[in-house]
Design a protein around this ligand. Sequence first.
Ligand code: ACO
Length: 277
Amino acid sequence: MADDPTVAKYHVENGIAWLSFNRPDKRNCMSPNLNRRMGELLDEIEFRDDVGVLVLKGEGAAWSAGMDLKEYFRETEAKGLGATRQAQREAYGWWRRLRWFQKPTIAMVNGWCFGGGYGPLYSCDLAIAADEAQFALSEINWGILPGGGATKVVVDLMPLRDAMYHAMTGELIDGKKAADWRLVNESVPLADLEARVTALANVLLQKNPVALKATKDAIRRVKEMSYDNAEDYLVRAQEAANSYDNDGRKEGIKQFIDDKTYKPGLGVYDRSKQIKA
Ligand code: ACO
């Protein structure tokens, strides 16, 4: 059967790419088709000049009800190991692309978020949930362990006791508890969710994009390094970022030290004044 291109979609507005899981009648669960499509759309979006931030949201009542138990598990497994491995590569592939995406990313968790959904959730740099959203590692409820990275996600993000409880009980938690347990940055009423995410995206849009990419990668990389290794990595990462954008850094210093038009401790420099070399 040919792929359906509409299972994911995006539009760009004021510097923000709004990318959606778009299978609302299937609660946005992730089929191989959807995973392939997400990979293609990330390719389209990543280096567009008019995109500074990517937001990942779900159409309808769900963010994502996890992996598609029929199409991703049952039907793929029936085709054998090769098909299973391919489906895994496609799913993990777009989550990995998203983890190291060129632009900053925000998960806007509007509703249900289960199991495999924790992969793209973790891949997004920041996550804002609706208070009304519902999260669970429901794997235990149908008899598997939280695979596909989901166990790693909760151990990375949550305190160990909470991660263990969450994975072993499969109980639902709402957006507020997800924020308490650090699965997301914060939760707000659903009615305010899009405005809050837009405001956060606008904060990011004012920052130096080279520095943002270097920063988000550094946060993920140094988490697993010793202090000495991190110190060394950060020197090199800083120098590499400077080589892409030395002028931005110099302008930031100039506007503070010479022009006295801003204070880096209190705000961001005006990038529109930067003269290109
Ligand atoms: N896989 C396959 N189909 C799904 C999935 C899924 N993960 N989630 C929802 N659907 C389908 C349903 O089968 C149903 O299909 P149908 O209309 O053809 O019968 C349709 O989406 C709507 O689902 P309902 O269950 O009718 O929707 P409802 O709003 O009542 O419930 C809920 C929503 C709670 C999300 C429920 O669909 C559900 O429990 N889904 C599974 C969640 C889950 O545990 N996912 C797996 C996590 S583990 C992992 O990802 C590895």
